[in-house]
Design a protein around this ligand. Structure first.
Ligand code: M6R
Length: 597
């Protein structure tokens, strides 16, 4: 997730673009850049915060410019990979948010034609493709160039040859036009220009726009002009940063269909089934997984997934324990959304010191973990601002499914038809999560029923055990309600003593080999008068005879279903915390990244 902005009008473009970039910093930043036109194209880039860039951009009195704040997905964090990127002659500049899946092939073709590349990014191919198609009409050049792209993009383009116009185009990445008086804006998100105008036109997938100082035109891919209604945005800047949601956490919960799609983008193919996470993994028989907190629960889920699908035996350790007591041989795979958790970095260093091969699953390219580990797999969830991990957990679990499928196919543990079935179910996943998100009101009703309970238990078997642990962690960290997760078979070994009619139990029920035993566990709980809320498959007919309240999730293979199930538990935690008036995005005593051991 990057932030992009373009401005054309009568004001100082340098200041407007830099100010817009600061407002987009919540979309992530590892580097930033700006291009301005004033008798030629001027380009400035810096690594780090926007203020580093601000210090470097001289006062140029330009009225047209574009800017970008980068959250890297291809190529390391450095100046040459920062946007804007330019064509060979340095006359066309482009900023991009998204992932171009076929960039390697396009780059090879363009290099054969003589184009010179200066970065490792997927974005630069777009600049050269536009150059290749340019014959005096920048909109047509963009229109022809994007027809060759596979993947997702929101792009904004300027050229010194046509210094009064900005071109934008989008597919599966946001782009919105801000309509001013004698000035217009284009950005990935409204806060970038909300100070100047609240009149907007939203671009749709497959559209191209031409934005001048006094005119905005939108076209389809064939160049036909389309009409678009102007909308008025009533949000404050703060509300706009949260996309109109009251909290970042809720926004991030609702972003999951998109983030899951990004995790899979370009990494799976269904017809000739393949999964490729791009780090050249070969046969692996054993893995040690290390992580903390929510990432640890994702690693626990990873163990179930890797063992069953790929036959890889996994040893899961808390980073803080591994450091002193862990098994220091073989391959060590760390899971960390931030890539900065001190305990996990220490575990990785310890593994390296003992000669282990190291891999990290993380959300942040260029983070310390990516610099320590030999190999990196990015979850591509986009920046997460709420302290409670949500979209980063579900994309970690999905990454484990992809990893297991890649290795299962390579090890020939999966037949083509089994692999194809899995991949088909993954393709349904974003929609399944959307279905669960549509149950917001139903889950809020359940939260109202539970908000006054002092203690709530979560139970599950198999992968639903770590999901139960994660559900309990979400609830306790943001609502401060005491919550515990258990493997369903374990209640009778002690926790039963805590059950009363005031201890609701949330039971996660899958329609697999654990189904019957779960129903038995629910029966035992009911015999102790505790209310049971089942999170159950939409096709589970029997559960209605056992549970007091049921929230249904769409039917999917159990590993894949663990993701929409998690989303239900995230929404439940969120609504309980909101009803209790907790500071959801910044719970007491917690930090987003724990950088002390
Ligand atoms: O950045 P990491 O994934 O390494 O962070 C580990 C934990 O601190 C983190 O998962 C924490 O438990 C969550 N923020 C809880 O929601």
């Amino acid at each position: 997730m990057c932030g992009i902005i373009g401005y054309v009008g009568y004001r100082n473009a340098r200041d407007i673009v830099l100010e817009g970039l600061k407002k987009l910093e919540y979309r992530g930043y590892d580097s930033a850049g700006i291009a301005l036109i004033k008798n030629g194209l001027f380009l400035f880039k810096e690594v780090g915060e926007i203020k580093n860039l601000e210090n470097e951009v001289p006062e140029i009195s330009s009225n047209i410019g574009i800017g970008h704040t980068r959250w890297a997905t291809h190529g390391g964090v450095n100046k040459k990979n920062a946007h804007p990127h330019v064509d060979c002659k340095g006359k066309i500049a482009i900023v991009h948010n998204g992932i171009i899946e076929n960039f390697k092939k396009l780059r090879e073709e363009l290099e054969i034609k003589g184009h010179k590349f200066t970065s490792d990014t997927d974005t630069e191919v777009i600049a050269h493709l536009i150059e290749e198609n340019y014959d005096g009409d920048i909109r047509k050049a963009v229109q022809n160039a994007i027809k060759k792209l596979k993947g997702s993009y929101a792009i904004v383009v300027i050229t010194e040859n046509e210094p009064a116009v900005i071109i934008g185009a989008r597919k599966e990445s946001p782009l919105v036009i801000g309509i001013g008086e004698n000035e217009n804006f284009i950005a990935s998100d409204i806060p970038a220009f909300l100070k100047y105008t609240n009149k907007v036109k939203y671009m749709e997938d497959g559209e191209i726009c031409e934005v001048g100082r006094n005119e905005v035109k939108i076209f389809d891919l064939d160049g036909n002009e389309v009409s678009r209604e102007e909308k008025i945005v009533e949000w404050s800047i703060e509300e706009a940063e949260k996309g109109g949601f009251p909290h970042y956490m809720l926004k991030e919960i609702y972003e999951q269909p998109k983030s899951l799609m990004e995790t899979m983008r370009g990494r799976i193919g269904e017809i000739e089934p393949f999964v490729d996470l791009g780090i050249g993994l070969e046969d692996i028989d054993e893995l040690t997984l290390v992580a903390c907190g929510t990432s640890y629960y994702a690693a626990m889920a990873g163990k179930y997934i890797l063992e069953e699908i790929a036959g890889i035996s996994c040893n899961v350790e808390l980073s803080s324990e591994y450091r002193y007591f862990g098994k220091r041989k073989g391959i060590v795979l760390a899971v960390t959304q931030s890539g900065e958790t001190a305990d996990t970095l220490a575990a990785l260093r310890e593994a390296k010191r003992h000669g282990c091969e190291t891999i990290v699953i993380t959300n942040v390219i260029g983070s310390s973990a990516t610099r320590i580990a030999d190999k990196t797999i990015l979850t591509r969830a986009g920046p997460e601002i709420g302290v409670a991990a949500t979209k980063t957990f579900t994309t970690q679990v999905l990454t484990f499914i992809l990893l297991a499928l890649e290795l299962g196919i390579k090890k020939e543990r999966l037949s083509h038809s089994q692999a194809r079935e899995y991949i088909a179910s993954l393709k349904k996943l974003p929609m399944a999560v959307k279905e669960v998100l549509d149950k917001g009101e139903e889950i809020e009703k359940l939260a109202k029923m539970l908000q006054d309970n002092e203690s709530i238990f979560f139970i599950g078997r198999g992968i639903n055990y770590p999901v139960a642990l994660e559900g309990a962690l979400k609830l306790k960290e943001i609502s401060y309600v005491h919550a515990e997760g258990f493997a369903a078979g374990e209640l009778k070994h002690g926790p039963f003593a805590l059950l009363t009619s005031d201890t609701p139990v949330i039971a996660i029920v899958s329609q697999d080999k654990t189904h019957e035993k779960m129903l038995g566990n629910i029966g035992e709980i009911k015999a102790r008068n505790s209310p049971v809320i089942a999170v159950a498959d939409e096709n589970d007919k029997e559960i209605a005879k056992f549970a007091d309240y049921i929230v249904r999730y769409p039917s999917l293979p159990p590993f894949v279903a663990s993701i929409p199930i998690t989303v239900i538990l995230q929404l439940l935690a969120y609504h309980v915390a909101r009803l209790k008036g907790r500071p959801i995005d910044k719970p007491r005593n917690l930090a987003k990244s724990v950088t002390v051991e």
